[in-house]
Design a protein around this ligand. Structure first.
Ligand code: PAF
Length: 287
């Protein structure tokens, strides 16, 4: 039988769980999650573990953060699968699962001091979900304060989140190494997401349009950015039941796309009542 992780629900329990590791000079690796864990999360845990040595500790947090959900979003129906999550963590040799209550994270209710994402928080996802990144950065800053990790791993699937967390850590001198883990996909290309479980069978077929459109952009990338975007747009335009929020081509740090060189293509769409996002790296032009 695999030994399960230690579960800490309070900051004191977490401090006690990590005391020995810290006293011995060990490092702490951290994977923040909202639970409903799947193979994508497992790969982030494996990435963190691969960067740690024996005697270091791997911490995973499971916390559905109310602050990052807007009014009318899916906070109440967000999947909560704690027992299965613990099993997945056990399989990844996670040492400590931090599973705090909302009161433990926000003891006085919604915090008065929060982390503002700045201009990058107002575009793409931020244009559709105006308070989202303030909620994400605030909770990540709080979780960093609680866990005090040396390194933290976030999925590239939430690409804008990853870029903003990197920027927060740099701008606020947080001293945490931020690592981006590659997106894990089903065999047919669908990016793994906790929200995939909302999809009906028909929605699931329509959802493949997102990765299909990104793949079309990647395939056309040597012909330049305009051609790459047109190829992706063509796939999206011919997909019934896919309501596109945005399709964008950017530089790797979400600035304007270069004419030639590394770039990122990102898409968000509503399929039925489910909103999905996806993105891929691509190399524009022939250089
Ligand atoms: O990516 C997520 O699951 C969440 O946005 C995060 C980083 C755990 C913050 O709640």
């Amino acid at each position: 039988m695999i030994k399960g992780p230690l579960v800490a629900t309070t900051r004191d329990e977490l401090a006690a769980a990590l005391k020995g590791v810290r006293a011995a000079g060990g490092r702490v690796g951290f994977v923040p999650t909202m639970g409903a864990l799947h193979a994508g999360h497992a790969s982030l845990m494996a990435e963190a573990r691969s960067r740690l040595a024996p005697g270091d500790a791997l911490v995973v947090s499971i916390f559905v953060n109310p602050l990052q959900f807007g009014a009318g979003e899916d906070l109440d129906r967000y999947p909560r699968t704690f027992d299965a999550d613990l099993e997945l963590c056990a399989g990844q040799a996670v040492d400590v699962v931090l599973a705090p209550s909302v009161d433990e994270v926000y003891p006085g209710g919604e915090p008065e001091v929060t982390v503002e994402p700045g201009p990058l928080g107002t575009v793409l996802e931020g244009a559709v979900r105006p308070t989202h990144f303030r909620g994400v950065l605030t909770v990540v800053a709080k979780l960093f304060g609680l866990v005090q990790p040396d390194l933290a791993v976030f999925g590239q699937k939430d690409y804008q989140q990853l870029v903003l967390i990197r920027r927060m850590v740099a701008d606020l001198c947080m001293g945490v190494e931020v690592v981006g883990g590659p997106t894990v996909r089903e065999d047919d290309g669908l990016a793994l997401s906790s929200r995939n479980e909302y999809l009906s069978a028909d929605d699931r077929v329509a959802a493949l349009t997102l990765s299909g459109a990104l793949r079309a952009a990647v395939d056309a990338a040597t012909e330049g950015g305009d051609r790459a975007l047109a190829a992706a747009r063509d796939v999206l335009d011919h997909a019934p039941g896919v309501d596109v929020d945005y399709l964008a081509l950017t530089s790797p740090d979400l600035g304007p796309a270069p004419a030639d060189g590394e770039a990122r293509v990102l898409v968000a769409a509503r399929i039925g009542s489910t909103r999905l996002i996806d993105n891929m790296p691509l190399h524009l032009g022939g250089s």
